[in-house]
Design a binder for this molecule. Structure first.
Ligand code: FE
Length: 149
């Protein structure tokens, strides 16, 4: 018997979302501060959209803003859309995934130099691809074995 696909699964290229991911990415929710798995992640790699895998932020731009959400001072080119968000009674810039439209977080102007920007992003909206560092083989050469006896 074929299982009926959910609305999420029918969307092109989209991965299945947990209820929490669905709430944030599709219903524009916000995770509790200091709750995100990736908040203190300091590994080198790429942060991607949890819904569609779109590469969004490099670990090189991640910083600890002390606000409780993963924060980045820059975003990869052409990966997000910004739109005005008036939902909380103030005007904020909402950050959306350009590929799937998923809600990621908000953009503020209190980030570190040189950009001065803080992309304040829900950890739940993100996946992380660890950078694989290939170990360089040291080129060594040995002296030829010479019998000196
Ligand atoms: Fe996406």
């Amino acid at each position: 018997m074929k299982e009926k696909k959910t609305k999420q699964e029918r969307t092109n290229g989209e991965q299945e979302l947990t209820p929490e991911q669905y709430h944030i990415l599709r219903e524009k929710g916000t995770e509790a501060p200091f709750s995100g798995k990736l908040l203190y992640n300091t590994e080198k790699g790429m942060y991607v959209c949890a819904a569609c895998g779109n590469e969004l932020f490099s670990s090189d731009t991640k910083f600890d803003a002390g606000c409780g959400w993963p924060s980045f001072s820059n975003v990869l080119k052409d990966k997000i859309i910004l739109q005005e968000d008036h939902r909380s009674g103030m005007t904020r810039r909402e950050v959306l995934c350009k590929k799937c439209g998923g809600h990621l977080g908000h953009l503020f102007d209190d980030g570190p130099k040189p950009t001065g920007l803080r992309y304040c992003i829900n950890s739940v909206s993100l996946g992380f691809k660890k950078k694989i560092v290939k170990k360089k083989r040291l080129k060594v050469s040995f002296l030829p074995l010479v019998s000196s006896y």
